[in-house]
Design a binder for this molecule. Structure first.
Ligand SMILES: [Zn+2]
Length: 272
């Protein structure tokens, strides 16, 4: 990789000198045909990951994800999908060698509301050299985070940038699914090569019923303790026995008191 001088770029693959046309960002080397991306300071290999899911399949994955246990009950039935966008999103792809093992780290190369996409796993075999003729370039989000900024982020997140052995720009296909639920707007991303759903925010189960149940439980156990002591005072023949009897009554009393509380927790979990 070479620093960019005037309007000539050096192909990272074959070392060939290519003349850069104004405003041209996605370039194919005229000597070896490699796809390269020209950053302010760097020329890197440019890869793309192919999409394996159509829009209906992607929405199907979102519905299954919505039906999962972390989300509010019947979200899959009550959420209204308002818009689905398809685009290839740019990520800086760093390969680091840390004590003999390769590690891939990703940084978004454009701003995204869904930071989760940093944790995407891209099998190396899925990286295809980008070729303009195979894609609709209007679906490609242009990077606006420079290579150096991405490297700084990487360093701040604890990586030793001395260990970087390879840097690429990778465009990954996504369906951005927008939906509303109870007059609130949400969105999530479906990574279109694996079908995996990513989101930062979604309608969660309300915690209020659990908090109320917790308060009720504290009160019930407090009451059970008092009743155990009162009963113990009644049945004890000497003062020394009161504490022992109370503890003996408390254990079965707690067990009995917990039955309706567990039942209530189960009902809340089913309803909310
Ligand atoms: Zn080349």
């Amino acid at each position: 990789m070479q620093a960019l001088q005037t309007n000539t770029i050096i192909c990272p693959q074959c070392g060939g000198e290519n003349k850069l046309k104004p405003d041209e960002k996605f370039i194919e080397c005229e000597f070896c045909g490699s796809a390269v991306y020209v950053d302010k300071s760097r020329v890197v290999n440019h890869y793309v990951v192919n999409s394996n899911f159509n829009q209906d399949q992607a929405v199907g994955n979102v519905k299954r994800w919505m039906a999962g246990n972390f989300h509010v009950k019947d979200l899959d039935k009550n959420a209204v999908i308002s818009k689905v966008d398809f685009y290839y999103f740019p990520l800086w792809y760093f390969k680091l060698n840390e004590s003999g093992t390769d590690k891939i780290m990703l940084q978004p190369a454009s701003s995204t509301p869904i930071s989760e996409i940093k944790s995407i796993n891209i099998p190396a075999g899925n990286l295809v050299p980008f070729q303009v003729k195979n894609f609709d370039v209007s679906q490609f989000v242009q990077p606006d985070v420079y290579f150096e900024s991405a490297k700084n982020w990487l360093q701040q997140s604890g990586a030793n940038i001395e260990n970087i052995t390879e840097s690429n720009l990778v465009h990954i296909p996504f369906y951005h699914v927008h939906y509303s639920f109870k007059a609130q707007h949400y969105s999530c991303l479906v990574e279109a090569s694996s079908g995996k759903v990513y989101a930062n925010l979604w309608p969660v189960k309300s915690e209020a019923p659990y908090r109320i149940l917790f308060a009720v439980s504290l009160f019930v156990f407090f009451l059970t303790t008092i009743i155990s002591y009162v009963l113990s005072v009644v049945v004890s023949e000497s003062d020394g026995q009161i504490f022992i009897f109370a503890e003996m009554i408390k254990i079965p009393a707690y067990l009995i008191a917990s039955i309706p509380l567990v039942g209530a927790a189960y009902l809340i979990a089913k309803k909310v």
